[in-house]
Write a protein that binds this ligand. Structure first.
Ligand SMILES: NC(=O)c1ccc[n+]([C@@H]2O[C@H](COP(=O)([O-])OP(=O)(O)OC[C@H]3O[C@@H](n4cnc5c(N)ncnc54)[C@H](O)[C@@H]3O)[C@@H](O)[C@H]2O)c1
Ligand SMILES: O=C(O)C[C@H](O)C(=O)O
Length: 308
């Protein structure tokens, strides 16, 4: 299995590192536009191979997409991250052009590729890849829900004073500060609803902290996060590479599912060797349905700024 990661910055390098460490891929190609940067990151990572015990071969290239030819999966992380005080949506002006250009190069050299979109604003960038790549819809997957759900579980474990392995939960809808929808009604501690343990104030805290999870880290770090994003991507790539048929919330093109059309939004899906094997229809409460629709309206407005 050959995987390309475009953008060898904080998130791209973290993706390559986690993918290699899990040792399920033969080859990872890092691509960046900055001269020598991807080559340097690849060399540094390869010098961890004997220390960390992986056999994945990591190479780097400055913009030579012929080196990516025949990739099964490509991860797009190229583009600028936000700074403290910004929203992800403010990145659209610069990142849309980068993502479109990168998509065209990837598909030219790997016409059967499955693309995982990471660059922000992610739901809109995933939509852009759908509109410009010519790939079938099951081959374009936005990464947001896997990360947001990990942050939800972190906050649930904190409020429950429980180990994270006791906790399960999922975040759907938009990958934005306001449009995220942590499904508290379905979150459990070892099968018991978390609402049995947490009072109203604790529930509100978990939901609000989950939604601003990316902004909180951006404020602390001065740029956005990379470890959990890289780990989330590696879980998705592994689900495809090993045909795990894992249920992961991902930003996918909706055609009637959850009452939406012609939009990419986070919904649970079965991820396997074909990319999206199936979108899972989860029953939402009336309040959750309303919030999902509100998130869709906001993403649709951002999508309106795209020029194809
Ligand atoms: N979806 C998510 O959950 C999620 C999580 C974290 C970060 N992000 C997004 O991922 C993106 C990258 O974040 P980062 O922290 O790695 O930023 P970064 O600045 O560390 O890295 C971005 C890299 O992209 C490269 N690049 C720019 N234009 C390029 C092009 N045309 N071709 C190839 N490479 C190009 C840059 O040279 C840089 O090395 C941002 O848009 C950020 O908002 C999304
Ligand atoms: O918060 C950001 O801007 C980056 C990313 O979307 C995240 O959630 O960490």
């Amino acid at each position: 299995m050959k995987v390309t990661v475009v953008g060898a910055g904080a998130v791209g390098a973290s993706c390559a590192e986690y993918i290699a460490m899990k040792n399920f891929c033969s080859e990872v190609v890092l691509v960046d536009i900055k001269e020598g940067f991807a080559e340097g990151k690849a060399m540094d990572l390869m010098q961890t191979a004997s220390l960390n015990g992986f056999d994945t071969k990591i190479t780097g290239t400055t913009g030579d997409y012929s080196k990516t030819a025949g990739s099964h999966v490509a991860v797009i992380t190229s583009g600028i991250p936000r700074k403290p005080g910004m929203t992800r949506e403010e990145l659209i002006g610069i990142n849309a052009g980068i993502v479109k250009d990168v998509t065209e190069n990837l598909v030219k050299h790997s016409p059967d590729v499955i693309i995982i979109v990471v660059s922000n604003p992610m739901d809109t960038m995933a939509y852009l890849v759908h509109k410009t790549s010519g790939l079938p819809k099951h081959k374009i997957i936005g990464m947001g829900g896997a990360l947001d759900s990990a942050r939800f579980k972190y906050r649930l474990a904190e409020a429950l004073e429980a180990p994270i392995s006791d906790v399960d939960g999922m975040v759907i809808a938009a990958h934005s500060d306001t449009g995220m929808l942590p499904l508290l009604s379905k979150a459990t501690r070892n099968g018991v609803p978390v609402t049995d343990f947490l009072n109203a104030e604790q529930q509100k805290y978990v939901i609000e902290e989950t939604k601003v999870g990316g902004a909180t880290l951006t404020k602390l770090l001065g740029t956005s996060a990379w470890y959990a994003p890289g780990a989330a991507v590696s879980v998705m790539v592994q689900a495809i590479a090993c045909d795990q048929k894992k249920m992961i919330p991902c930003s996918l093109m909706l055609e009637g599912e959850y009452g939406q059309n012609d939009i990419c939004l986070g919904v649970p899906a079965i991820i396997g060797k074909n990319g999206v094997e199936k979108i899972v229809n989860v029953t939402l409460t009336a309040e959750e349905q309303l919030k999902f629709a509100e998130a869709a309206n906001a993403v649709r407005e951002v999508n309106g700024d795209l020029k194809f």
